[in-house]
Design a binder for this molecule. Structure first.
Ligand code: SF4
Ligand code: SF4
Ligand code: F3S
Length: 268
Protein backbone atom coordinates (compact mmCIF):
# COMPACT_ATOMS: atom_id res chain seq x y z
CA UNK A 1 0.00 0.00 0.00
CA UNK A 2 1.09 3.59 -0.60
CA UNK A 3 2.43 5.43 2.42
CA UNK A 4 -0.58 7.76 2.32
CA UNK A 5 -2.92 4.78 2.77
CA UNK A 6 -1.19 3.49 5.87
CA UNK A 7 -1.75 4.70 9.41
CA UNK A 8 1.40 6.16 11.01
CA UNK A 9 2.39 4.37 14.22
CA UNK A 10 4.81 5.76 16.78
CA UNK A 11 5.87 3.12 19.34
CA UNK A 12 7.73 4.39 22.41
CA UNK A 13 9.77 2.33 24.87
CA UNK A 14 9.74 3.38 28.50
CA UNK A 15 10.80 1.25 31.52
CA UNK A 16 10.28 -2.22 30.09
CA UNK A 17 11.83 -5.53 29.01
CA UNK A 18 10.85 -5.52 25.28
CA UNK A 19 8.79 -8.69 25.78
CA UNK A 20 5.78 -6.88 24.37
CA UNK A 21 7.69 -6.09 21.16
CA UNK A 22 8.75 -9.75 21.05
CA UNK A 23 5.08 -10.62 21.22
CA UNK A 24 4.19 -8.13 18.46
CA UNK A 25 6.65 -9.62 15.96
CA UNK A 26 5.06 -13.06 16.33
CA UNK A 27 1.83 -11.88 14.73
CA UNK A 28 0.56 -14.21 12.01
CA UNK A 29 -2.69 -12.68 10.80
CA UNK A 30 -1.68 -10.30 9.47
CA UNK A 31 1.99 -11.22 9.70
CA UNK A 32 4.50 -8.49 10.54
CA UNK A 33 5.43 -7.85 6.90
CA UNK A 34 1.83 -7.29 5.94
CA UNK A 35 1.20 -5.22 9.06
CA UNK A 36 4.00 -2.75 8.38
CA UNK A 37 3.86 -2.73 4.57
CA UNK A 38 0.10 -2.82 4.02
CA UNK A 39 -1.59 -1.33 7.08
CA UNK A 40 0.69 0.83 9.20
CA UNK A 41 3.69 2.98 8.62
CA UNK A 42 6.02 2.26 11.53
CA UNK A 43 7.55 5.69 12.05
CA UNK A 44 9.45 5.02 15.24
CA UNK A 45 10.24 1.85 17.19
CA UNK A 46 13.62 1.72 18.91
CA UNK A 47 14.18 -2.03 18.48
CA UNK A 48 12.75 -2.45 14.95
CA UNK A 49 13.78 0.76 13.17
CA UNK A 50 16.90 0.96 11.00
CA UNK A 51 17.87 4.43 12.20
CA UNK A 52 19.86 4.99 15.37
CA UNK A 53 21.29 7.93 17.31
CA UNK A 54 20.37 11.42 16.11
CA UNK A 55 18.68 10.01 13.00
CA UNK A 56 16.26 8.09 15.18
CA UNK A 57 15.40 11.24 17.11
CA UNK A 58 14.93 13.06 13.84
CA UNK A 59 12.46 10.35 12.72
CA UNK A 60 10.44 10.83 15.88
CA UNK A 61 10.38 14.61 15.57
CA UNK A 62 9.46 14.35 11.90
CA UNK A 63 6.59 11.92 12.59
CA UNK A 64 5.21 13.97 15.50
CA UNK A 65 5.15 17.02 13.28
CA UNK A 66 4.09 15.56 9.91
CA UNK A 67 1.31 13.29 11.20
CA UNK A 68 -0.02 15.57 13.95
CA UNK A 69 -3.47 14.41 15.00
CA UNK A 70 -3.31 11.32 12.74
CA UNK A 71 -0.74 8.98 14.27
CA UNK A 72 -1.40 6.09 16.57
CA UNK A 73 0.75 6.12 19.70
CA UNK A 74 1.73 2.81 21.29
CA UNK A 75 3.72 2.84 24.52
CA UNK A 76 5.58 -0.16 25.93
CA UNK A 77 6.77 0.16 29.52
CA UNK A 78 5.92 2.13 32.63
CA UNK A 79 6.67 5.82 32.97
CA UNK A 80 9.03 6.69 35.86
CA UNK A 81 7.74 9.89 37.47
CA UNK A 82 9.80 10.27 40.66
CA UNK A 83 12.39 13.09 40.62
CA UNK A 84 10.49 14.61 37.71
CA UNK A 85 11.08 11.50 35.58
CA UNK A 86 14.88 11.49 35.90
CA UNK A 87 15.08 7.68 36.24
CA UNK A 88 14.53 7.34 32.49
CA UNK A 89 16.14 9.57 29.90
CA UNK A 90 16.12 8.67 26.22
CA UNK A 91 18.29 9.94 23.36
CA UNK A 92 20.88 12.62 22.82
CA UNK A 93 18.85 15.51 24.17
CA UNK A 94 18.38 13.98 27.59
CA UNK A 95 14.59 14.23 27.57
CA UNK A 96 12.86 12.13 30.20
CA UNK A 97 10.46 9.36 29.23
CA UNK A 98 7.78 11.36 31.04
CA UNK A 99 8.43 14.37 28.79
CA UNK A 100 8.47 12.27 25.61
CA UNK A 101 5.23 10.44 26.42
CA UNK A 102 3.38 13.65 27.24
CA UNK A 103 4.63 15.32 24.07
CA UNK A 104 3.68 12.36 21.86
CA UNK A 105 0.29 11.90 23.54
CA UNK A 106 -0.72 15.51 22.96
CA UNK A 107 -1.41 15.07 19.23
CA UNK A 108 -2.08 11.31 18.97
CA UNK A 109 -5.28 10.08 17.29
CA UNK A 110 -5.36 7.23 19.82
CA UNK A 111 -3.07 5.96 22.57
CA UNK A 112 -2.48 2.30 23.30
CA UNK A 113 -0.60 1.07 26.35
CA UNK A 114 0.96 -2.20 25.26
CA UNK A 115 1.46 -4.54 28.20
CA UNK A 116 0.91 -4.38 31.92
CA UNK A 117 3.90 -2.05 32.48
CA UNK A 118 2.48 0.68 30.25
CA UNK A 119 -1.10 -0.01 31.30
CA UNK A 120 -0.72 -0.31 35.07
CA UNK A 121 2.96 0.17 35.96
CA UNK A 122 3.83 -3.54 35.97
CA UNK A 123 6.88 -4.85 37.79
CA UNK A 124 8.44 -1.38 37.88
CA UNK A 125 5.53 -0.15 39.98
CA UNK A 126 5.66 -3.09 42.41
CA UNK A 127 6.21 -2.06 46.03
CA UNK A 128 8.21 -0.07 47.01
CA UNK A 129 8.26 1.45 43.48
CA UNK A 130 11.41 3.56 43.96
CA UNK A 131 11.15 5.26 40.54
CA UNK A 132 7.50 6.28 40.94
CA UNK A 133 6.62 4.16 37.88
CA UNK A 134 3.08 4.72 36.59
CA UNK A 135 0.84 3.55 33.80
CA UNK A 136 0.57 5.92 30.83
CA UNK A 137 -3.07 6.76 31.63
CA UNK A 138 -1.90 8.26 34.92
CA UNK A 139 0.39 10.80 33.24
CA UNK A 140 -1.69 11.91 30.23
CA UNK A 141 -5.17 13.40 30.26
CA UNK A 142 -6.61 11.45 27.31
CA UNK A 143 -8.29 8.07 26.98
CA UNK A 144 -5.71 5.29 26.86
CA UNK A 145 -6.50 1.75 25.72
CA UNK A 146 -4.88 -0.66 28.16
CA UNK A 147 -3.65 -3.96 26.78
CA UNK A 148 -2.94 -5.85 29.98
CA UNK A 149 -0.62 -8.82 29.87
CA UNK A 150 3.03 -9.46 30.50
CA UNK A 151 3.19 -9.60 27.60
CA UNK A 152 -0.22 -9.33 25.92
CA UNK A 153 -0.58 -11.80 23.07
CA UNK A 154 0.22 -10.67 19.58
CA UNK A 155 -3.48 -11.08 18.78
CA UNK A 156 -4.48 -8.59 21.43
CA UNK A 157 -1.88 -6.06 20.26
CA UNK A 158 -2.42 -6.35 16.52
CA UNK A 159 -6.17 -6.89 16.82
CA UNK A 160 -6.44 -3.58 18.67
CA UNK A 161 -4.29 -1.75 16.11
CA UNK A 162 -6.34 -3.25 13.26
CA UNK A 163 -9.63 -2.36 14.95
CA UNK A 164 -8.64 1.30 15.00
CA UNK A 165 -7.27 1.17 11.45
CA UNK A 166 -10.44 -0.49 10.08
CA UNK A 167 -13.13 1.33 12.04
CA UNK A 168 -11.38 4.60 12.99
CA UNK A 169 -12.51 4.42 16.61
CA UNK A 170 -11.71 2.69 19.88
CA UNK A 171 -13.21 -0.73 20.62
CA UNK A 172 -15.62 -1.18 23.55
CA UNK A 173 -13.58 -1.11 26.76
CA UNK A 174 -13.96 -2.68 30.21
CA UNK A 175 -13.62 -0.89 33.58
CA UNK A 176 -9.81 -0.87 33.23
CA UNK A 177 -10.00 0.37 29.61
CA UNK A 178 -9.10 -3.04 28.21
CA UNK A 179 -10.84 -4.02 24.92
CA UNK A 180 -13.80 -6.23 25.79
CA UNK A 181 -13.31 -8.44 22.74
CA UNK A 182 -10.02 -9.62 24.24
CA UNK A 183 -10.48 -9.19 28.00
CA UNK A 184 -14.22 -9.84 28.37
CA UNK A 185 -13.98 -13.32 29.88
CA UNK A 186 -12.04 -14.79 32.78
CA UNK A 187 -9.18 -17.16 32.03
CA UNK A 188 -11.01 -19.67 34.25
CA UNK A 189 -14.15 -19.50 32.03
CA UNK A 190 -12.42 -20.99 29.00
CA UNK A 191 -9.60 -23.03 30.55
CA UNK A 192 -9.23 -26.58 29.25
CA UNK A 193 -8.73 -27.77 32.85
CA UNK A 194 -12.06 -26.28 34.00
CA UNK A 195 -13.67 -29.74 34.00
CA UNK A 196 -11.00 -30.86 36.46
CA UNK A 197 -11.77 -27.87 38.69
CA UNK A 198 -15.49 -28.69 38.64
CA UNK A 199 -14.72 -32.33 39.43
CA UNK A 200 -12.47 -31.36 42.36
CA UNK A 201 -9.36 -32.82 40.73
CA UNK A 202 -6.45 -30.65 41.79
CA UNK A 203 -2.67 -30.70 41.49
CA UNK A 204 -1.49 -30.68 45.12
CA UNK A 205 2.15 -30.02 44.33
CA UNK A 206 4.13 -29.59 41.13
CA UNK A 207 5.32 -32.90 39.71
CA UNK A 208 2.69 -35.03 41.45
CA UNK A 209 0.42 -37.56 39.73
CA UNK A 210 -2.31 -34.95 39.21
CA UNK A 211 0.14 -32.63 37.46
CA UNK A 212 0.96 -35.42 35.03
CA UNK A 213 -2.77 -36.03 34.46
CA UNK A 214 -3.47 -32.35 33.70
CA UNK A 215 -5.49 -31.63 36.84
CA UNK A 216 -6.53 -28.09 37.82
CA UNK A 217 -3.72 -25.83 39.07
CA UNK A 218 -5.80 -23.76 41.52
CA UNK A 219 -4.21 -25.23 44.64
CA UNK A 220 -0.73 -24.47 43.33
CA UNK A 221 -1.57 -20.83 42.80
CA UNK A 222 -3.51 -20.43 39.54
CA UNK A 223 -5.16 -16.98 39.40
CA UNK A 224 -7.33 -17.83 36.38
CA UNK A 225 -10.58 -17.29 38.35
CA UNK A 226 -9.59 -13.65 39.02
CA UNK A 227 -8.01 -12.76 35.68
CA UNK A 228 -9.60 -11.42 32.50
CA UNK A 229 -7.82 -12.40 29.29
CA UNK A 230 -8.30 -14.63 26.24
CA UNK A 231 -5.17 -16.76 26.70
CA UNK A 232 -7.00 -20.14 26.73
CA UNK A 233 -8.75 -19.50 23.42
CA UNK A 234 -6.17 -17.45 21.50
CA UNK A 235 -2.94 -18.75 23.09
CA UNK A 236 0.54 -17.42 22.17
CA UNK A 237 3.10 -18.03 19.42
CA UNK A 238 0.80 -18.95 16.55
CA UNK A 239 -1.76 -20.59 18.85
CA UNK A 240 0.90 -22.97 20.21
CA UNK A 241 0.45 -22.78 23.97
CA UNK A 242 -0.35 -20.70 27.04
CA UNK A 243 0.66 -20.86 30.73
CA UNK A 244 -1.85 -23.47 31.97
CA UNK A 245 -1.28 -25.74 28.96
CA UNK A 246 2.44 -25.49 29.75
CA UNK A 247 1.74 -26.71 33.29
CA UNK A 248 1.89 -23.53 35.40
CA UNK A 249 -1.10 -21.63 36.69
CA UNK A 250 -2.09 -18.19 35.48
CA UNK A 251 -0.26 -15.45 37.44
CA UNK A 252 -2.88 -12.79 36.71
CA UNK A 253 -0.49 -10.86 34.49
CA UNK A 254 -3.19 -8.82 32.73
CA UNK A 255 -4.61 -7.39 35.98
CA UNK A 256 -3.58 -4.09 37.61
CA UNK A 257 -0.98 -4.50 40.40
CA UNK A 258 -0.66 -8.23 39.83
CA UNK A 259 2.91 -8.27 41.17
CA UNK A 260 1.66 -7.09 44.56
CA UNK A 261 -1.95 -8.28 44.61
CA UNK A 262 -1.59 -11.77 43.10
CA UNK A 263 1.57 -12.74 45.02
CA UNK A 264 2.62 -15.23 46.32
CA UNK A 265 2.21 -16.85 42.90
CA UNK A 266 2.50 -20.36 44.26
CA UNK A 267 -0.41 -20.00 46.71
CA UNK A 268 -4.12 -19.60 45.96
FE1 SF4 B 1 8.08 -6.79 29.56
FE2 SF4 B 1 5.84 -7.60 30.70
FE3 SF4 B 1 6.44 -5.05 30.74
FE4 SF4 B 1 5.73 -6.17 28.42
S1 SF4 B 1 4.43 -5.91 30.23
S2 SF4 B 1 7.49 -4.77 28.76
S3 SF4 B 1 6.59 -8.25 28.69
S4 SF4 B 1 7.65 -6.68 31.77
FE1 SF4 C 1 -9.30 -22.31 36.54
FE2 SF4 C 1 -6.65 -22.25 36.71
FE3 SF4 C 1 -7.94 -24.49 37.21
FE4 SF4 C 1 -7.79 -23.55 34.72
S1 SF4 C 1 -6.08 -24.31 35.97
S2 SF4 C 1 -9.61 -24.37 35.73
S3 SF4 C 1 -7.89 -21.34 35.12
S4 SF4 C 1 -8.09 -22.57 38.41
FE1 F3S D 1 -1.00 -13.90 31.88
FE2 F3S D 1 -2.59 -15.61 33.03
FE3 F3S D 1 -2.65 -15.31 30.43
S1 F3S D 1 -0.47 -15.20 33.58
S2 F3S D 1 -0.55 -14.87 29.96
S3 F3S D 1 -3.21 -13.79 31.94
S4 F3S D 1 -2.88 -17.21 31.55
Amino acid sequence: AELADRVPLIWLHMAECTGCSESLIRTDSPNLDSLIFDHISLEYHETLMAASGWQAEQNLEHALDTYKGRYLLAVEGAVPTANNGAFLTVGCKGHTGLHIVKEAAANAAAIISVGTCAAFGGVQAAAPNPTGAKGVHEVVDKTVINLGGCPPSEKNIVGTLMYFIMFGKLPALDMFNRPKWAYGARVHDNCERRGRFDAGEFVEEFGDKGAKEGYCLYKVGCKGPYTYNNCPTERFNHHTSWPVLAGHGCMGCSEPNFWDDMADFEKP
